[in-house]
Design a protein around this ligand. Structure first.
Ligand SMILES: NC(=O)c1ccc[n+]([C@@H]2O[C@H](COP(=O)([O-])OP(=O)(O)OC[C@H]3O[C@@H](n4cnc5c(N)ncnc54)[C@H](O)[C@@H]3O)[C@@H](O)[C@H]2O)c1
Length: 143
């Protein structure tokens, strides 16, 4: 069957698989998932399942999967990115030649890229000190 659209989904985890399942109900679409986990890719291609993330769902026939990003992107008419945010810069940088700039790229990931050097989590004592300072400022203002 000739597919009218090819949806490439990066990340065959909980969210990527869910979106693949929804997208596959459009029978004229082909959905191709990309992930590094070979066991999930094999499960999808052989059993139409991604047991690790969605044990109860049986995926439609038009959902396939690959560990090769260039293969997933080859005929894509839409790219949905469902990777953990921390890996996205490297995945894109290392494979930028395979992304077609004319194909819509939809970022479905959320979160922040953090490194321990950049993020400092305040402890309880510091939080309390800041709260007291804030209250003192408010009190001074009101008086
Ligand atoms: N789960 C949700 O309900 C939900 C909803 C909205 C947005 N999101 C966002 O979607 C993204 C993924 O969430 P999730 O819940 O599916 O996570 P998940 O851990 O279930 O899936 C992530 C998948 O990415 C794969 N992966 C990791 N590094 C990779 C790499 N370098 N190359 C290829 N594949 C790689 C993992 O093998 C895994 O299968 C997150 O940014 C999350 O915030 C999730």
């Amino acid at each position: 069957m000739e597919h009218e659209s090819v949806v490439a989904i990066l990340g065959a985890g909980m969210y990527g698989t869910s979106l693949a399942h929804v997208a596959s109900f459009e029978k004229k679409s082909k959905v191709i998932l990309f992930d590094i986990l070979q066991e999930c890719i094999d499960d999808i291609n052989k059993n139409h399942k991604n047991t690790k993330y969605h044990p109860t769902i049986t995926l439609n026939e038009n959902v396939t999967a690959t560990t090769v990003l260039s293969e997933a992107l080859k005929n894509a008419t839409l790219v949905l990115c469902c990777l953990p945010v921390q890996v996205i810069p490297d995945v894109i940088e290392n494979n930028k030649q395979f992304f077609n700039p004319k194909v819509p790229f939809c970022a479905c990931s959320k979160g922040m890229i953090v490194s321990k050097k950049e993020v400092r989590v305040r402890n309880h004592k510091e939080n309390t000190r800041r709260r007291h300072h804030f209250l003192r400022v408010v009190w001074t203002f009101l008086c």
